[in-house]
Every structure is written in structure tokens, then in C-alpha cells.
Design a protein around this ligand. Structure first.
Ligand code: IMP
Ligand code: MG
Length: 182
């Protein structure tokens, strides 16, 4: 047995795209913006499982103003291999959104379909405000018009793994973002 995570996943890691240090630096910067602009306001951080769970954990621990967290599970329907844009919420939030400034915390925006749907659903519940923070953005893949308020890293059209992102449910526990070796 190999004794390091990178060794165990080695054959599927093409290269490290974003290091732990780069991720941490970017998260601290974003958290500071939240600390400054949301001070004294009721904040609810919402992430869509599973991909954003690591980002959510690190982001919320760098936020020093009181905040609540919530999770949703959204299932996207596909016509063959193409996302149909229909999203079903299979696990929902318990909070009444009219009481919160809601920040959606997402791992990656690809076609934009999932997040656009989730955004519209949450907006219809009348939160005090609604913003989107995404760790990664692949704008070249967009099929619907959707832009996050904050994007930590813009990446080219590559399939990436690690830091919560998976391929076939593996690699979520890598501490950095890597390009997947097909
Ligand atoms: P979309 O924006 O509706 O196309 O879907 C975005 C979702 O697809 C993300 O939340 C991820 O779960 C998944 N996804 C998109 N690109 C990647 C990638 O490069 N690696 C891992 N998951 C990805
Ligand atoms: Mg996701």
C-alpha cells in the first residue's frame, strides 16, 4: 500500500492545477469581503451537495461574523448526455429564506444549468438578498446565461478533480485541484 494520497491516485492525476496554498489564499480574501460587507446581517451559506462540501467547510471557518449553513441536494435530469436543465430538489433547506441574506456556495459552474435553476428556486423564496460564490468557473462551457457574483478561479475546459470534486465519486479527498487523467 502506498502511504500518500497523491501516490494512491497518481495514475489519474495529470497535473496539479491549483495548489492548497492558492486555494487558501483565495478563500481568505473572499471571507474577508464577506466579513466586511455582511457584518451584522443574518447570513445563510447554502451549498449544493456533494461537490461544494470542502469549499463550504473552509470558507465558513474563515468567516468571523455569525452565519448559518444549509445544504441542498439537487438532481439534474439528462437527455442522453446533455443536461435538460430540469432540476429536482431531493433534499431541501429547512430555513425560512425571508429572514436571511443567502449566499450560494458552489464548487464549479460548467454549463450553468444546475445553478441557474437553483438560483431561481431560492430567489422565489424571497431572501433578503441572494449572491453566488463559486470556487471554479469554466465560462467556455456555458450553455445558459449565468454569472456568479464571485468566482475564485477561472479554468479552461478541462475535467478537474479534488477539493470536493469527483470523478465517479473518487478524488474528493485530494487537498488540491488537479486535471483528471482520462
Ligand atoms: P452544470 O453547471 O449544471 O453543467 O453542472 C455543474 C456540476 O457538474 C458541478 O456542480 C459538478 O458537480 C459537475 N462538474 C462540472 N464540471 C466538473 C469537473 O470538471 N469536475 C468534476 N465535476 C464537474
Ligand atoms: Mg456542484
Amino acid at each position: 500500500m502506498n502511504n500518500s494520497l497523491s501516490e494512491n491516485y497518481k495514475s489519474k492525476i495529470k497535473r496539479v492545477l491549483i495548489t492548497e496554498e492558492e486555494i487558501n489564499t483565495a478563500i481568505k480574501r473572499v471571507a474577508e469581503d464577506i466579513n466586511n460587507s455582511y457584518n451584522g446581517k443574518p447570513i445563510l451559506l447554502v451549498s449544493i451537495l456533494k461537490g461544494a462540501f470542502v469549499f463550504m467547510a473552509d470558507l465558513c471557518r474563515n468567516i468571523i461574523v455569525p452565519c448559518e449553513i444549509g445544504f441542498m441536494v439537487a438532481k439534474s435530469y439528462y437527455d442522453g448526455t446533455v443536461s435538460s436543465g430540469n432540476v429536482d430538489i431531493t433534499m431541501d433547506l429547512s430555513q425560512d429564506l425571508t429572514k436571511y441574506h443567502v449566499i450560494i456556495v458552489e464548487d464549479i459552474i460548467d454549463t450553468g444549468r444546475t445553478l441557474k435553476e437553483v438560483f431561481e428556486i431560492l430567489k422565489s423564496r424571497n431572501p433578503l438578498s441572494l449572491k453566488v460564490i463559486t470556487l471554479l468557473d469554466k465560462p467556455s462551457r456555458r450553455l445558459v446565461d449565468f454569472t456568479a457574483d464571485v468566482s475564485l478561479f477561472t479554468i479552461p475546459d478541462l475535467f478537474v478533480i479534488g477539493y470536493g470534486l469527483d470523478c465517479g465519486e473518487y478524488y474528493r479527498n485530494l487537498p488540491y485541484i488537479a486535471e483528471y487523467q482520462e
